[in-house]
Design a protein around this ligand. Structure first.
Ligand code: DGY
Length: 419
């Protein structure tokens, strides 16, 4: 409705801190990588210069080696932990030391394609392109040096799906540092703890930070030494599509990197399709310490549709699997297979519906020729917002709003999908 659209714009304006948009006040008071990408798509619907500014500000946090960190701490805030001191990264602006699903190249392409102001869009895309290329080269050089076609992920936070049941075993293997400096969680002061990760997970999340600091953030060393190493569909599928769109940008803007990027795509096509499970009818993440598939269905299991790597046959099987899930929940797409004993419908990435993942899955379904399924997901998402507002995530059975409220990326998806 017109009212909700106005409300969505109000959410972005209220979360605007001048060049960057916080996901929500209190709980997440800085700029996050993939949030910034989705939020830029939302800004694009009513303020194009502000949309481009979101991405330019994000790249102020980029490291010299090309890494784009998952948090940029543009200015001090006391309401979040772990902040810059705990990360121990001495840079200006301070940042975290890990990355997040690399949505930027794809969204730059779609912003360029939809821009009213083509001159501005082309100038911005041209100036962002070399920075995105450096970021993707970093992935290849430092996270897939053996060209397996799958990126090594070093922290559940990198996957975006922090406490997904997919990471349970891999994370349990991380021994909590006996010398872990004491800390106070801030997240549970903002959100009911039953909707957030558990304490045992936080101790391990924080232990991993100590591992990185001891290794001086040396990525190649961490590929050997980090006790948590997984291949994540969220990262690999988003990166694969981002590389397709980077290749498109290279061609369109005349940068001439097509052959290099095509080489990456060939490897990741093979890598992602190697995660297919014929019996389960979906894709599984992989534990790179044991080399074994992680046999729990999660919303990211459908993302090879978004990547575009799946064959038409596999796409059809994915749709069947999704229809099976739909029998168990009122709203699609739950973040964990609702048949799984690990499904927890209100705990963060263990069951709730996330608008941004819905957006990626629906795009993929539409592109594979399943417009009705795509429409169902879009309708569910809009209905959740109508019912419960711009929540961070939603209960897949009741539709209740969960986590933070007045959330930027939920507002952004609403803006993108309702106009
Ligand atoms: C958090 O703190 O919950 C974030 O997801 C990590 O970036």
């Amino acid at each position: 409705t017109q009212e909700s659209l106005e409300e969505a714009r109000r959410v972005l304006r209220a979360n605007d801190r001048g060049g960057f948009t916080i996901p929500t006040a209190g709980l997440y008071p800085f700029q996050w990588l993939w949030d910034a990408g989705f939020t830029a798509l939302g800004w694009m619907r009513f303020d194009e210069p502000r949309a481009w500014a979101e991405l330019e500000t994000l790249f102020l946090g980029q490291w010299e080696n090309g890494m784009l960190p998952h948090i940029v701490f543009h200015r001090p805030e006391e309401t979040y932990f772990p902040g810059p001191e705990r990360w121990g990264v001495t840079r200006t602006p301070p940042t975290s030391a890990i990355t997040q699903p690399p949505v930027v190249a794809t969204f730059v392409r779609s912003m360029l394609e939809q821009a009213q102001d083509q001159a501005l869009a082309e100038a911005k895309a041209r100036s962002l392109y070399p920075r995105i290329l450096a970021y993707h080269r970093w992935f290849k050089r430092e996270r897939d040096p053996e060209n397996t076609g799958l990126v090594t992920v070093l922290h559940p936070w990198e996957t975006g799906a922090d406490n997904s049941p997919a990471w349970d075993e891999a994370l349990a293997r991380v021994e909590v540092d006996p010398a872990l400096p004491p800390y106070t969680r801030r997240d549970t002061a903002h959100v009911d703890p039953s909707q957030r990760p558990r304490q045992a997970e936080y101790d391990r999340f924080l232990t991993l930070l100590e591992v990185y600091k001891r290794a001086g953030f040396d990525q190649l060393r961490l590929l050997r030494e980090c006790p948590f190493r997984v291949a994540s569909l969220l990262i690999d599928c988003v990166l694969h599509r981002a590389n397709r769109d980077l290749l498109w940008l290279s061609e369109r803007l005349g940068f001439g990197h097509e052959a290099e990027i095509a080489g990456w795509l060939k490897a990741s096509q093979r890598g992602i399709e190697g995660l297919w499970d014929e019996e389960a009818g979906l894709y599984f993440n992989r534990d790179l310490v044991t080399g074994e598939p992680i046999r729990v269905g999660v919303s990211a299991s459908f993302l090879p549709l978004y990547a575009g790597t799946a064959s038409p046959e596999r796409a059809r099987r994915l749709l069947d699997t999704l229809e099976g899930w739909a029998q168990r929940v009122r709203y699609l797409v739950p973040s964990t297979d609702p048949h799984s004993p690990r499904f927890e419908p209100q705990r963060y990435w263990r069951g709730p519906v996330w608008a941004v993942v819905n957006y990626l899955i629906a795009l993929g379904l539409a592109e594979y020729g399943y417009p009705e399924a795509a429409l169902r997901i879009r309708r569910d998402t809009l209905e959740l917002v109508q019912k419960s507002g711009f929540s961070e995530y939603f209960h897949p059975l009741t539709g209740a709003g969960l986590g933070g409220s007045s959330f930027s990326w939920t507002a952004a998806i609403y803006l993108v999908w309702s106009q």
